[in-house]
Design a binder for this molecule. Structure first.
Ligand code: AMP
Length: 207
């Protein structure tokens, strides 16, 4: 089974991906994570991608498509994969089709801008494990009580200036994919303003 998670930044794609991949025995691929790893490693791809990412812009299609194709060819994707954050443009979706990747469902996580801005401003990454927490009083998952705030970092692109740009980029470049996949009868809309547990339950139901 191959599944795409579509939705604006802060819709919960990465967080919801974890229980879904565990239930279905498929592999989550986050192009955002792969790119952040490349930046950390200082590879040629990382050097090219960093400026776009920090500004909240999309990394050019040719770079991301090549990265995704290499990743999806790995043996752990044989049983299927969950694409989190790819495709983000029509050319990326077309590249997936030309590569012969059959998509079973596109889960469209719908959430208002106000909720997104609130969620992203509270998002923190555990420095050592890369796990994602939310430090807002109503955020989930909450960091464990014994975790020091020093262990948690904010992504540069979760800072207010970048969030506004990422939302604008989403509307302009990624939202057209909703019509693209609806036309192919693959799209399922999910209300992602609910609690995390409720969203996971709804997504598992449609898969
Ligand atoms: P994410 O972790 O999915 O929010 O991605 C973080 C950043 O990585 C995005 O703001 C983009 O700069 C870049 N990125 C991730 N996936 C893609 C993609 N499919 N196409 C272009 N840029 C991407």
């Amino acid at each position: 089974m191959n599944v795409i998670f579509l939705g604006p930044p802060g819709a919960g794609k990465g967080t919801i991906a974890r229980p879904v991949t565990e239930r279905h025995g498929i592999t989550a691929i986050s192009t955002g994570d792969l790119l952040r790893e490349a930046v950390k490693a200082g590879s040629e791809l990382g050097l090219k991608a960093k400026g776009y990412m920090d500004a909240g812009e999309l990394v050019p299609d040719d770079l991301v498509i090549e990265l995704l194709k290499q990743r999806i060819a790995q043996p752990d994707c044989a049983a299927g994969c969950l694409l989190d954050g790819f495709p983000r443009t029509i050319p990326q979706a077309e590249a997936l089709e030309s590569a012969g990747v059959a998509i079973d469902k596109v889960v469209n996580l719908q959430v208002d801008d106000q909720v997104i801005i609130h969620r992203l401003s509270g998002r923190r990454i555990h420095r050592q494990t890369g796990r994602v927490y939310n430090v807002n009083p109503d955020g989930a998952p909450q960091p464990p009580a014994d975790m020091s705030p020093d262990e948690l970092v904010q992504r540069d692109d979760d800072k207010p200036e970048a969030i506004a740009n990422r939302l604008e980029v989403y509307r302009r470049q990624t939202e057209p994919l909703i019509a693209f996949y609806r036309q192919r009868n693959l799209l399922v809309d999910i209300d992602a303003s609910k609690s995390l547990d409720a969203i996971v339950e709804d997504v598992l139901k449609v898969l």
